[in-house]
Design a protein around this ligand. Structure first.
Ligand code: ATR
Length: 473
């Protein structure tokens, strides 16, 4: 006995949208489904129609009419123009109080704009980051919604239902008004970039030291049983074991070494620059993808530039692997410290008051950066919501201290061997800058006053000072 109306609607029947619709149906909701071109909707019904209650719609009118009011409508269409176009189509069909939720990877400033425009017309707009990839959308992703509290009261329970759960707690929570959800998702992706890059750096160092791909896979599988335990470390082991079906060679050796990206990492770094948050590890990860894909530069570099060939000379392989593990842990902590600093600073700047512990809490499962570390981060921010930096917290700082010698050895060895390790080294510089009693910025400020009369502050007295540096300038 299918209810006459759907509990919720999903627009956009590409992989993420259809998997999310199926996930909702699996949880007992009746789901209205609609796609610009009907063939995708038809394919969903043909392949998965028996999994639950779907109401397929051929037109936007039919779709909207088939949903109970106040309507909850999830958009899973291409970000940017297509999202705006879909909203334009839907708006004239809605009733006051209806909710449109954008579940794509929207830029949070677009979400702020859309929320303003749509709420002015009497509807709710929710911007929700969804992480977990295709499989996560189907079986339980992490969901980061932002919007009005009223809209969360309506759509939130359904989202919490279909999200992943960590020890019974949903990996979904209201992040704040308008763009807060997409902002948190953006930072999630920025951290994901640095997590992936630093794993890549560790891998290249291990290979440089003579480990085979299978041996590297064993190392990552081993690391996945300890502090580094995470989805990305786990899949790294699997990736390194995979063979090319065509040649039988290690698949990773067949794949072109150019990493692509879709923009969320870039936004994280752009926003960090605007907020003055020194997220250098995340930035280096984004730049590393860019440099890997800069074919012209790499061709010119291969032709012109000299240096060691990337062979890492180690006496004690086991000790080296352990050093790399410790370095990876330290760099990972710094990347998360930078990401959480950006959440905190952005939350203040944009007036969202984001609960940082809660952001960590909903990343514990379902999302791509799910990791054992996140439960620790949640605990740290719960104990001290004003925590300035994760790496400085009472439980983490002593571990950084214990691991930093290994981290320095790895960075030094990478540099000496010609293995590019931008995130390993940038995060170490960040750590050293943070703990230094005095940094070189005094000289920078002196230079600024010298050439531009920008003034300087004194260590012994408040105020801004300027001197005539030379008589004849
Ligand atoms: P995929 O994920 O398969 O690569 P995509 O091009 O990213 O697909 O598009 C994802 C979804 O956005 C699809 O549902 C697509 O609708 P179509 O199947 O009709 O192409 C939808 N989409 C893309 N551009 C759109 C637009 N301008 N208006 C409405 N929906 C659009």
């Amino acid at each position: 006995e299918q209810p006459a109306k759907a509990n919720i609607g999903v627009v956009g029947m590409a992989v993420m949208g259809s998997n999310l619709a199926r996930n909702l149906a699996h949880h007992g909701y009746t789901v209205a489904v609609y796609n610009r071109s009907y063939s995708k909707t038809q394919a969903l019904i043909e392949d998965h129609g028996s999994e639950g209650h779907f109401i397929p719609a051929k037109t936007a009118e039919e779709f909207v009419q088939s949903i109970q009011t106040p309507r909850s409508i999830i958009l899973m269409v291409k970000a940017g123009g297509p999202t705006d176009a879909t909203i334009e189509t839907l708006l004239p069909l809605l009733s006051p109080g209806d909710i449109i939720m954008d579940g794509g990877n929207a830029y949070f400033r677009d979400t702020i704009r859309r929320e303003q425009e749509i709420s002015a017309k009497g509807f709710h707009f929710v911007g929700a980051g969804i992480s977990g990839g295709e499989y996560g959308a189907l079986t339980g992703p992490a969901i980061m919604p932002g919007g009005t509290p009223e809209s969360y009261r309506i759509i939130g329970p359904m989202l919490e239902d279909i999200s992943a759960h960590y020890e019974g707690e949903p990996c979904c929570a209201w992040m704040g008004p308008n763009g807060a959800g997409h902002f948190v998702k953006m930072i999630h992706n920025g951290i994901e970039y640095s997590d992936m890059q630093v794993i890549g750096e560790a891998y290249q160092l291990l290979r440089g030291a003579g480990l085979t791909n299978d041996e590297c896979a064993d190392v990552f599988a081993q690391w996945n049983t300890g502090d580094l335990s995470s989805y990305l470390i786990e899949i790294t082991a699997e990736v390194l074991r995979a063979k090319d079906p065509r040649t039988g060679k290690d698949l990773v050796e067949i794949i072109k070494d150019r990493a692509q990206m879709k923009g969320t990492g870039t936004w994280t770094v752009q926003t960090a620059l605007e907020l003055g948050v020194p997220a250098n590890g995340i930035a280096e990860a984004v730049f590393a993808r860019a440099e890997s894909s800069h074919d012209e530069l790499r061709a010119a570099g291969r032709a012109a530039l000299q240096g060691p060939d990337g062979t890492v000379h180690v006496d004690d392989r086991e000790a080296f692997v352990e050093d790399v593990r410790k370095a990876l842990w330290c760099s990972k902590v710094v990347s998360y410290s930078q990401g959480f600093d950006e959440i905190r600073t952005g939350g203040r700047e944009f007036g969202w008051d984001i609960d940082v512990a809660q952001a960590a809490s909903i990343w514990r499962d379902g999302c791509i950066i799910r990791a054992a570390l996140l439960e620790r981060i949640r605990k740290e921010y719960t104990a001290d919501p004003g925590l300035v930096s994760l790496m400085c917290s009472t439980s983490v700082a002593p571990e950084m201290a214990a691991n930093q010698d290994a981290w320095r050895r790895v960075v030094a060895l990478a540099a000496a061997s010609g293995v590019p390790a931008p995130v390993f080294s940038a995060t170490l510089a960040y750590y050293d800058m943070a703990r230094a009693p005095r940094v070189s910025a005094a000289l920078t400020q002196a230079q600024r006053d010298f050439f531009g009369s920008h003034t300087y502050e004194r260590v012994d007295e408040p105020g801004h000072y300027h001197i005539e540096w030379t008589a004849d300038r």
